[in-house]
Design a protein around this ligand. Structure first.
Ligand SMILES: C[S@@+](CC[C@H](N)C(=O)[O-])C[C@H]1O[C@@H](n2cnc3c(N)ncnc32)[C@H](O)[C@@H]1O
Length: 311
């Protein structure tokens, strides 16, 4: 979604941008190119290997125009000054190098350790979570983060079986799920939802997203734009809920929306477009993994913009 992100952020020379999910620095490169010769980029990723690769790539092309670090985008406001940025990008989920590197343990297509940590300095791995979480906790994770309908049965069976054998590798777990929930003609592997759920839990992805959205608003200048690319409905729901709250022109006392009790307030943001932007046909053909991507764009309002909108 390179063109769509550029259209959302509209990078310009002298502008300051933050990319909270550097990955392979694809979007970072196009933002710095479009804001040449003086645009600046703050960048981070939880994945140390991604940050090193991004740093090498950006140094070749844009030396002196960026500051990149390993870290969670939830902490962007701890190192980027308030109201410093014209645009912030969060391109959520996992990268192709993460999925395609068996040692990272994100995919059951490859045999590897049951790891799934984006930041390998973190202590909790998927294997530990599977081994230690209570059956109730596992059921909640499978249901809430994977939408797995059979969450209780699978969680109970896993808690029983893990006393006899340790779940240490991706294939071991995938084959175990397949034995309990045979495909029955279904094209999707039965372990897909379980793997998604464990990954989201191990990396606290939804907690980070909530804090990351707050941080993004903090570091945006009035008039600056926030672009978020989501890959599944839980992320998209969180972005929509955040946008709804920040664009709302009234407050609800006590957190309950009773129309008679609504109190007018100045919204902090506006939706740049009401509908999510989806990848075009060419991108879908070239990169089938982009099929579930959705881009949503919000703009931080200045007081003047709010007055214009009301007049
Ligand atoms: C889809 S890839 C990003 C690809 C990148 N935009 C590019 O152009 O190459 C997602 C990246 O976000 C990172 N990530 C996910 N959640 C994160 C978080 N809370 N903080 C920082 N990085 C995160 C992952 O480690 C991964 O490298």
């Amino acid at each position: 979604m390179a063109a769509e992100v550029l259209d959302a952020l509209k990078p310009k020379p002298g502008g300051r941008y933050a990319d909270g999910t550097l990955g392979g620095a694809g979007h970072a490169t196009s933002v710095l190119t479009a804001s040449s010769p003086t645009g600046w980029l703050y960048g981070c990723d939880r994945d140390g290997a991604a940050v090193e690769a991004a740093r090498r790539r950006l140094t070749e092309l844009f030396a002196g125009r960026f500051d990149v670090r390993q870290g969670n985008f939830a902490d962007l406001a701890a190192w980027i000054p308030a109201a410093a940025c014209d645009g912030v990008l969060l391109d959520l989920g996992v990268s192709s190098p993460q999925l395609d590197t068996p040692e990272r343990g994100f995919s059951f297509q490859h045999e590897g350790p049951l790891d799934m940590r984006m930041d390998t300095r973190q202590a909790l791995t998927a294997a530990e979570l599977v081994q230690r979480a209570s059956p109730d906790e596992l059921a909640r994770i499978f249901w809430e983060f994977g939408g797995e309908r059979d969450s209780r049965r699978l969680a109970r069976a896993l808690a029983n079986d893990r006393d006899r054998r340790k779940f240490e590798t991706t294939r071991q777990l995938a084959e175990w799920v397949e034995r309990l929930s045979p495909r029955r003609g279904n094209k999707t592997h039965p372990a897909t939802k379980i793997f998604q759920a464990l990954r989201i839990a191990v990396n606290d992805e939804l907690g980070s997203l909530k804090r990351g959205l707050e941080a993004a608003v903090n570091i945006l200048k009035p008039g600056g734009r926030l672009a978020v690319i989501t890959f599944h409905s839980l992320e998209d729901r969180a972005v929509k809920a955040f946008g709804r709250e920040r664009t709302c022109e009234y407050a609800c006392p006590g957190g309950v929306d009773v129309p008679e009790l609504r109190q007018p307030r100045v919204p902090e943001m506006r939706w740049v477009s009401r509908k999510a932007v989806k990848p075009g046909e060419i991108e879908l053909r070239e990169n089938p993994r982009s099929r579930s991507a959705q881009l949503r764009v919000l703009q931080k309002l200045s007081v003047a913009t709010v007055c214009d909108r009301r007049s």
